[in-house]
Design a protein around this ligand. Structure first.
Ligand code: C2E
Ligand code: MG
Ligand code: MG
Length: 765
């Protein structure tokens, strides 16, 4: 912009200078022309005055004519004519047109010559004889008395001056030579302005009138034409003769305009280029900086308020925009976090019991779909335990709700402690809790939890150091046995709970009655086992093992019996499984080993001892007891040699924790104890174990022996086991031998030993 302004100012001053110069040029031409005209005039006056001194014989026309003609021929070419005029203005002799004797009394130069008695010079006129623009001159010839006798006149032609003007003026310059009446006497374009035509530029003429007669006038008209009016000042009184010069400003300013047009074009191009460059730079620059802003806004639009823009520390609009976006993202993030937090809080509150912080019924119902789907996939059960405190109302009303609340909180804490990690505890009512036991594969797991809960209730609940005795009733429903729907299961657990309350508080009931019975029976059995251990109700019966060939006793198997004071003798089939599940088998088993060893010692002392006593060991016993230590202790205490003790294990023993079991059996074998594989053929163990086990004996299960005489397949199995034993160099003994035929056949098949009623029933020592 400043460049354009500067250029504009430059153009303006250059233009005015050019115009001034053009005007000065025109003025110099005008001055030159005037000077030339004056020079011509001065010369003419001088010549005419000299000639006027001569005698021109006006009274003798022929001589006069001859004289003027002769003289004219030798005068400079500008002298158009030579006349002799009498004082009345009458032409007496006319060199150029002898016949023309017109009167020139009206001519100003004639009048002036007569009036001033000196050479009179006229203004520009159209010569009457020449018909061309001329200046008339007349010089008086005086008699001796000073009277004017006649005048010598002449016309000076301007041809030379006009030619000179045409030649010298710059091209396209127009000019007019005007007389006092504004008649055109000569012009650059004679066709447009014939001689005598009135000059028609009225504006200029008015200007000339207004500005005064003698001034040189400069004028630029509306069309940009430069005008110069120069007064020729020919003679004193020759006012009104003017030279008008005109030049179109367009031509004068042509070089300025051309150069300026070029400069303008260059400037415009530069400007355009600069603008384009600026646009391109701005575009690239802003794009580079705007893209991250747009990306950030997109992130914000999609809810990602963690987006942050790098701060350049600048202060332009984009920087401020980036800061604003950053600020907005931070604010939104804070708001979002607050909302999320509040939402989580609300969700938590909606799903939890405010007193204990435990999940409420809603949450447990929501989770059940997931929990049950998992159970279904794994083929497991879920137990729903609904627990209600007995007579809690009494505490609440008697000791106040605040005390009641604290008691509930304590209870919740204690309950949580007796449950497994994967079990869910919820509070679903005032003194009502719901427990979800997941991953149930055996009913005993439920019973075990119930027992732990009941055990927990036996301890008083301390609130502010004050003990409270509480009991609870529990109703249980099982998924999927009772139902697969949560609401239904809740109803069933509730029904069981109510039954419990109406029949016997401080107890539990399954929704399925048989489960309650089974659970109760099992519990009773456990209690009985504990009593048996404590009160010494266990006893061992011994069954002989004999050589089939001659019935000679080789050893005995110790078989456990429970002699209940009122129920009598209870077979192991009824209590061993319960003992195994409750882990009581470990204490019981240790007692059996100890007792068998001691009996062996007694026999040995009495001198009627069998070669060995075989003891049955349950699978769980091997895993959970330090069996080698127990055996070592029993042997030590009884003082019998280790080969007098045989350990019977079943295939079930090494189905789980195989390596651990193998290690323990090897340790036992290292002590010198014999190992027998009981009930062989009924388990699912791989024969590969047989090679890894440090076995001494295989016991063919009695189920094969029972029908071997009538069932080919059983016989084949028995035969195969005997052969296997022989191949592995293991002693084979057949169980359940009841008849002689069986004994004979077994012997025939290669089995040397047998155990069964044929040789003796299990009997006390
Ligand atoms: P088992 O080790 O196979 O014991 C042999 C069982 O067969 C005994 O039953 C025995 O009385 C019975 N029996 C013996 N001869 C004959 C016969 O000719 N015919 C018939 N029908 N049965 C016969 P019991 O004493 O009832 O023992 C059953 C199972 O209890 C035993 O099977 C053993 O696995 C387990 N058991 C016994 N005592 C103990 C023990 O102290 N600890 C452990 N863990 N299990 C024991
Ligand atoms: Mg046995
Ligand atoms: Mg057996």
């Amino acid at each position: 912009m400043p460049m354009l302004l500067a250029l504009g100012m430059l153009v303006a001053s250059w233009r005015s200078e050019e115009l001034t110069q053009a005007q000065a040029q025109l003025l110099s031409h005008a001055v030159l022309t005037t000077e030339r005209l004056q020079a011509l005039q001065t010369q003419a006056i001088l010549i005419l005055e000299l000639l006027a001194l001569q005698e021109w014989l006006p009274d003798e026309p022929e001589q006069c004519l001859a004289q003027v003609q002769r003289t004219l021929a030798i005068l400079p070419r500008s002298f158009a004519n030579l006349l002799v005029i009498d004082p009345t203005g009458q032409v007496l002799c006319n060199a150029k047109a002898p016949e023309k004797r017109h009167n020139l009394a009206d001519r100003d130069y004639v009048q002036r010559a007569l009036a001033e008695q000196a050479t009179g010079v006229g203004g520009l006129i159209i010569g009457r004889t020449t018909g061309t623009p001329v200046i008339g001159l007349a010089s008086p010839h005086k008699a001796a008395d000073g009277r004017i006798t006649y005048l010598l006149g002449t016309s000076i032609e301007l041809g030379e001056i006009v030619a000179d003007l045409k030649e010298r003026l710059p091209p396209a310059t127009q000019w007019w030579l005007l007389d006092g009446q504004n008649q055109v006497l000569a012009s650059a374009d004679p066709a447009a302005y014939p001689l005598g035509q009135a000059f028609t530029n009225h504006h200029l003429l008015r200007d000339i009138e207004e500005k005064g007669e003698h001034l040189t006038l400069r004028h630029t008209d509306a069309k940009g034409q430069l005008w110069l009016v120069s007064h020729m000042a020919l003679g004193k009184n020759a006012i009104g003769d003017r030279l008008i010069l005109a030049r179109p400003a367009t031509i004068v300013l042509e070089p300025v305009n051309t150069i300026m047009a070029q400069a303008g074009a260059i400037l415009l191009a530069a400007l355009l280029f600069t603008l384009l460059l600026a646009w391109w730079v701005a575009h690239r620059f802003s794009k580079r900086r705007i893209t991250p802003l747009l990306t950030a806004l997109q992130h914000i639009e999609y809810g990602d308020f963690t987006v942050r823009l790098p701060h350049r520390g600048g202060q332009d609009e984009l920087d401020r925009l980036a800061q604003a976006i950053d600020h907005m993202a931070k604010t939104l993030q804070a708001q979002d976090e607050r909302i999320r937090h509040q939402q989580a809080e609300l969700v938590y509150q909606a799903q939890h019991d405010p007193l204990t912080g435990l999940p409420n019924r809603l949450m447990i119902a929501n989770d059940f779909a997931k929990t049950s789907a998992k159970a279904k996939r794994l083929g497991e059960r879920i137990a729903i335990l609904m627990l209600d405190l007995d007579h809690f109302k009494t505490i609440n009303e008697g000791r106040g709700h605040s005390m009641g609340d604290r008691l509930l909180v304590t209870l919740a804490t204690r309950l949580r402690q007796v449950l497994r990690e994967e079990d869910t505890l919820a509070r679903i009512g005032g003194d009502e809790f719901l427990i979800l036991l997941e991953g149930i594969t055996r009913d005993e797991q439920v019973i075990e939890t119930l027992k732990r809960i009941q055990q927990m209730f036996k301890e008083p609940f301390l609130v502010d150091g004050e003990p409270f005795e509480l009991t609870a009733s529990i109703g249980i429903a099982l998924y999927p046995n009772d139902s697969i729907e949560f609401e239904r299961l809740m109803q069933q657990a509730d029904a069981a709970l109510h039954q419990c309350k109406s029949e016997e508080r401080n107890s539990y009931r399954f929704f399925a009655p048989q489960l309650t019975e089974a659970a109760e029976a099992r519990l009773a059995m456990e209690q009985m086992l504990r009593d048996a251990l404590r009160l010494g109700w266990f006893e061992l019966h011994y069954q002989p093992q004999a050589r089939l060939a001659d019935g000679q006793r080789v050893g005995v198997e110790a078989l456990l019996r429970l002699r209940h004071p009122s129920k009598g003798l209870i077979p192991p089939g009824q209590f061993i499984p319960v003992a195994e599940e409750s882990h009581l088998i470990i204490t019981i088993g240790a007692w059996v080993i100890k007792e068998a060893c001691q009996q062996m010692a007694r026999w040995r002392k009495a001198g009627q001892a069998p070669a060995y006593v075989a003891v049955n060991i349950a699978a769980r016993q091997i895993v959970h007891d330090d069996l080698p230590a127990t055996v070592r202790a029993a042997l030590q205490e009884s003082g019998i040699p280790s080969e007098c003790l045989e350990i019977e294990v079943t295939e079930a023993s090494f189905l789980k924790n195989t390596e651990e079991v193998l290690a323990k059996l090897k340790a036992l074998h290292a002590i010198g104890v014999r190992l027998a594989l009981d009930d062989f053929g009924t388990g699912y163990s791989s024969l590969a174990y047989l090679r890894r086990l440090p076995l001494d004996r295989l016991k063919i299960d009695q189920s094969f022996v029972r029908d071997m005489l009538h069932d080919k397949h059983d016989e084949a199995i028995v035969r195969a086991i005997i052969q296997l034993g022989q191949a592995l160099e293991l002693e084979v003994i057949a169980e359940g031998v009841e008849t002689n035929d069986q004994a004979k056949h077994l012997l025939a098949l290669g089995c040397p030993l047998g155990q069964g009623y044929l040789f003796g029933r299990p009997q006390p020592a």
